[in-house]
Design a protein around this ligand. Sequence first.
Ligand code: GAR
Length: 212
Amino acid sequence: MAAAPEPASPARLVVLVSGSGTNLQALLDAVAEHGAAAYGAEVVAVGADRPDIEGLRRAERAGLPTFVERVRDHPTRAAWDAALAEAVAAHRPDLVVSAGFMKIVGADFLARFGGRFINTHPALLPSFPGAHAVGDALAHGVKVTGCTIHFVDAGIDSGPIIAQGVVELREDDDESSLHERIKDVERRLLVEVVGRLARDGYTVKGRKVSIP
Ligand code: GAR
């Protein structure tokens, strides 16, 4: 009988965070629940642009290496970007995930990780890019919003879209209640998308992302 093929080794994920890290936690929980081999990916390190955040504490509790690169510790934004790229590269990622990472990366970072750097954003892009997406959508009076997982390009939340999840607004929503419902959908979508990208591979042609 022919030997079963060796399972491909799980994709290495470096996750970048700036805050509470519940999307990171969803990835950690998925790997713990299914096992890295079956899920297709494992988190190998977590980076941040600031210390003392719950996202980093989640990584530490999971026994993962962490790193922090603060913009203010570097002479220029370009120097910060190069240092961040270097810190990420040290963990040899197959995919880099921006999960609530509130900084725009620059040319150095994209030169190294473009095409394998994904971001999750709390709105249905191309509507409401930027750092205040949930409040902007609410202020605009939209009836549906949601989240978008996309590859990062040189623009702000403008790269090719991988997947989107929809959330309906309620009459009494404020920014916090709406963001919590978006994050519920977002965490599930991120886990599903990262697993599929890792297990099945993907192609990006122009703006169109395909997962076989
Ligand atoms: C998520 O909703 C993510 O989409 C958003 O921050 C939240 C992080 O939550 N990101 C942005 O707004 C980026 N512009 P978490 O820290 O609990 O994962």
